[in-house]
Design a protein around this ligand. Sequence first.
Ligand code: NAD
Ligand code: UDP
Length: 343
Amino acid sequence: QLIASQSIPTPTQPHVMKTPTLPDAKRKKILVTGGAGFVGSHLVDKLMQQGHEVIVMDNFFTGQRKNIDHWMHHPRFSLIVHDVTEPIMLEVDEIYHLACPASPPHYQYNPVKTIKTSTMGTINMLGLAKRVKAKILLTSTSEIYGDPQVHPQPESYWGNVNTIGPRACYDEGKRVAETMMYSYKNQNGVDVRVARIFNTFGPRMHPNDGRVVSNFIIQSLQDKPLTIYGEGQQTRSFQYVSDLVNGLNALMNGNYDMPVNLGNPDEYTVKNFAEHIKEMTGSKSEITFLKATKDDPTQRKPDISTAKRELDWEPVVQVKEGLQKTIAYFSRVLEESGEIIPT
Ligand code: NAD
Ligand code: UDP
C-alpha cells in the first residue's frame, strides 16, 4: 500500500499569471458578462492586468473556456457559469455587460433565446446595478443602425431596422436594451455607459463564428473558396480587438454617459476585403459568390467624432497589422485542430 501511494504523482502546481494587484482603495470588483467570449476575454485580460478583481459570468453558448484558462487559478479571478437571463445576487462595483451571441449564424440559431438574452439579461444586470449602485456598460452594436441611410453613421442617427427580419432578434434586442439602460438611468439614477461597437476582429474569434474575417482567413489558409454573400459590394469597417477594449475601458472610466460609436472607419467592400485577405495569406483560393443574405446592411462605417472628443480615443492598430496577428492566430488553430469548415 505504501509503495502504491508513493507512486501516485504529486499534482503539479497550477500556473498562476503574475500581475500587480491594486491597493484596496483603487481595486474594483468588476463583473464581465460574456467574459469567455471573443471580446470579453480580451477585456478580462486588460482588467486583470490593471490589478482589479474580475468575475466572469458566462453560459458558454459561444464562449470558450480556453479564452480564460490562463486566469483560472488567479486569486483575483472567478468564473460563474450562469445564464444572464436568470437573476443573480452579487456585490460588484462595475458591470461590463457583453453576454449575447454576436455573429449572425449564432444569434439566428435560436432567435427567441437571443431576444431573451438582450431583454431579460439586460434587465437582470440593470436590476443588479441598481441594487448595488454599480456602474454598468452595455455593449450595443452598429446593427442598431440597421441598413443605414446615413453614411457614415453618427450616434444621432436613429437607424433603419426591419422589425421582423432574420436580424431583428439581435438588432431590436440591442435597441430595447439601450432603451432600458436610459430608462434605468432616468428613473432610478443608474450610472450607465453604452458602446455601439462596429465590426471587430482578432485572435480568439470562434473558428465557426461565421463572421466575415474568420471565414475568409480560415478559407484562405486552407485554399478553400472564399464565400462572398451577394455581389460583395456591401461595405464594412473593421477594428482590431485591442482598440475596442481600450475604448470600452475609456468609456467606463470617463464621465460621458450617452451612446458612443467604437469602430475603425477604415471601410472596405466585402469583395475588396476578400482579395486583401487572399493576398496577405498568399492563398490559391477562388472567390465565389453565393446568394445574398436577407437584410444584409449595404454599407457601414462609424463616425467616431464623439469618441475622439469625449474619450480622447481613436483606433491605433491598422487593419493590415491586425489581420497579420489574426492570420497568425488562425494558422495556429488550424495546426492544432486540423481541417475547419467554417459556418
Ligand atoms: P461572442 O459570441 O464571442 O461572445 C459572447 C459571449 O456571451 C460568449 O462567451 C457567450 O457564451 C456569452 N453568452 C451568450 N449568451 C449568454 C447568456 N444568455 N448568458 C450568459 N452568457 C451568454 O461575441 P463577441 O464578439 O465577443 O461579442 C461580445 C459583445 O459585443 C456582444 O454583446 C456583442 O453584441 C457585442 N458586439 C460585438 C461585435 C463584434 O464585432 N465582435 C460588434 C458589435 C457588438
Ligand atoms: N460575409 C460574406 N461571406 C462570409 C461571411 C460574411 O460575404 O463568409 C459578408 C456578410 O454578408 C456581410 C459582411 O460580410 O455583408 C459582414 O458579415 P459579418 O457576419 O462578419 O458581420 P455583420 O456586419 O453582417 O454583422
